[in-house]
Write a protein that binds this ligand. Structure first.
Ligand SMILES: Cc1cc2nc3c(=O)[nH]c(=O)nc-3n(C[C@H](O)[C@H](O)[C@H](O)COP(=O)(O)O)c2cc1C
Length: 337
C-alpha cells in the first residue's frame, strides 16, 4: 500500500480509538508490530478554540512513525484550520473521521452524520486537502443505515477530492458496533476507485486478517478492539501472513511484562494520578481469561500508586505460574500412570 511517502506491503493499522489509542498504548502496539498508528479523534472545534487538552492529543514520538492524526468536525472551515494545526506537528497522515456513530458527535454534524450530507463531506475533504501537503485519508462506514449504503459514492467523492486512502468500517451507522460487518463492499469499492482501501470491523485473528488480504482484496487491515485484548495480534498476524504458521500465545511472563511496561509508560506521559486512572481500562484486556481476574481488577481499583499495584500484579502472576506448574505436574502424573 502506498500513501504519500509510506510504502508498506500488507500493512496492519491500529484503529483510532477515543480514550484508548493514546501515546502509551500506541507505543505498545508499535513495539508489537503495528505498522501505522493513529491518535484518537481530535475535535476540530477544540483545536480552533485553542484548547490545550485537545492539542495535547496530537502529540507523538518519532518512533511512532508512520503516524496519523485523526480530526473530526462538521464545519468545513474549522476542519481546514484544524488540519493546518495538525500539519504543524508533521505527522505522516491526516485522517478525517466520517464514521463516528456517537450521538453527541453526529448531532454536531460530524462523524457519520456526514454520510447524510455528502456535499458537506466533500467540502470538508477538499478543505483539509487544500490546507496541507500531507496525505489525507478518510475513515467512514458503509452508510447511515441499510437503506442508505453510500460507500461507492463516498469512495469516488473522496478520491476526486484528493484523499489518498479510504478506511471502511464495514458496518452502517445504525449498526454501531453490533451485527456482522459486510466486507463484500470492499471489492465493489476497489472496482470504483484507485486509492488504497483499508478494511476495518471485527477483524481479530491472524486467519481473518489473511482472509481480508487474500479473499476480500483490501490494501490494508485496521484493527481496533481486538488490539485492546491482544496487542500481540499485529506480530501474530505478520508471522501468519509471512509463514502461514501460528505464533505461540504470549507467556504469562510476557503478558505481565508488557502490562507493566504499558503502565509505566502511562505514568511517564500522564503523571501519577491520570497515569493510573486512565490505565484502569486496560486491566481487563491484559488479564482476560485468567482465573479470578475480575476479583484482581476490583482490587487494583483501590490503589492510586504504582507500587501496591505492581505488587498485586506480581503476586498474581506468581500464583498463575504456580497454578500452571501444578496443573502440568498433575497432567504428567496422570500420563505416567
Ligand atoms: C472505545 C472506542 C473508541 C473509538 N474511537 C474512535 C475514534 O476516535 N475515531 C474513529 O475513527 N473510530 C473510533 N472507534 C471505532 C474504531 O476505530 C473501529 O472503527 C471500530 O471499533 C471497528 O473496528 P474493530 O471491530 O476492529 O474494533 C472507536 C471504537 C472504540 C471501541
Amino acid at each position: 500500500m502506498i500513501i504519500g511517502q509510506i510504502n508498506i506491503e500488507k500493512p496492519l493499522l491500529l484503529a483510532p480509538m477515543e480514550g484508548v489509542t493514546d501515546l502509551p498504548f500506541r507505543l505498545i502496539c508499535k513495539s508489537l508490530g503495528a505498522d501505522i498508528v493513529y491518535t484518537e479523534f481530535v475535535n476540530s472545534e477544540g483545536l480552533v478554540r485553542n484548547s490545550g487538552k485537545t492539542h495535547k492529543k496530537m502529540e507523538f514520538l518519532e518512533e511512532e512513525r508512520p503516524f496519523g492524526i485523526q480530526i473530526y468536525g462538521g464545519n468545513p472551515n474549522s476542519m481546514q484550520r484544524a488540519a493546518l494545526m495538525a500539519e504543524e506537528l508533521r505527522p505522516d497522515i491526516i485522517d478525517i473521521n466520517c464514521g463516528c456513530w456517537v450521538k453527541n458527535v453526529t448531532n454536531n454534524g460530524a462523524g457519520s452524520d456526514l454520510l447524510r450530507d455528502l456535499p458537506r463531506m466533500e467540502k470538508i475533504i477538499r478543505n483539509v486537502v487544500q490546507a496541507t501537503r500531507l496525505p489525507v485519508t478518510v475513515k467512514t462506514r458503509l452508510g447511515w443505515d441499510a437503506e442508505n449504503i453510500r460507500i461507492i459514492e463516498v469512495a469516488r467523492l473522496a478520491e476526486q477530492s484528493g484523499a489518498a486512502g479510504l478506511t471502511i468500517h464495514c458496518r452502517t451507522r445504525s449498526q454501531a458496533h453490533k451485527g456482522d460487518p459486510d466486507y463484500s463492499w470492499v471489492a465493489k469499492v476497489k472496482e470504483a476507485v484507485k486509492i488504497p482501501i483499508i478494511v476495518n470491523g471485527s477483524i481479530g485473528t491472524p486467519e481473518k486478517i489473511a482472509e481480508m488480504f487474500d479473499s476480500i482484496g483490501c490494501d490494508a487491515v485496521m484493527i481496533g478492539r481486538a488490539a485492546i485484548d491482544n496487542p500481540w495480534l499485529f506480530k501474530q498476524a505478520r508471522n501468519f501472513l509471512v509463514t502461514g504458521t501460528f505464533d505461540a500465545q504470549p507467556s504469562i511472563h510476557e503478558r505481565f511484562d508488557i502490562l507493566l511496561k504499558h503502565l509505566n509508560l502511562s505514568l511517564q506521559f500522564k503523571g501519577n494520578t491520570s497515569g493510573i486512572f486512565e490505565f484502569r481500562k486496560h486491566y481487563a484486556g491484559y488479564l482476560k481469561g485468567y482465573p479470578n481476574a475480575a476479583k484482581i481488577r476490583m482490587e487494583l481499583m483501590n490503589y492510586t500508586e504504582f507500587s501496591p499495584i505492581a505488587n498485586i500484579l506480581l503476586e498474581y502472576k506468581e500464583k498463575l505460574i504456580k497454578n500452571i506448574e501444578s496443573a502440568e505436574i498433575i497432567t504428567q502424573q496422570a500420563a505416567a500412570t
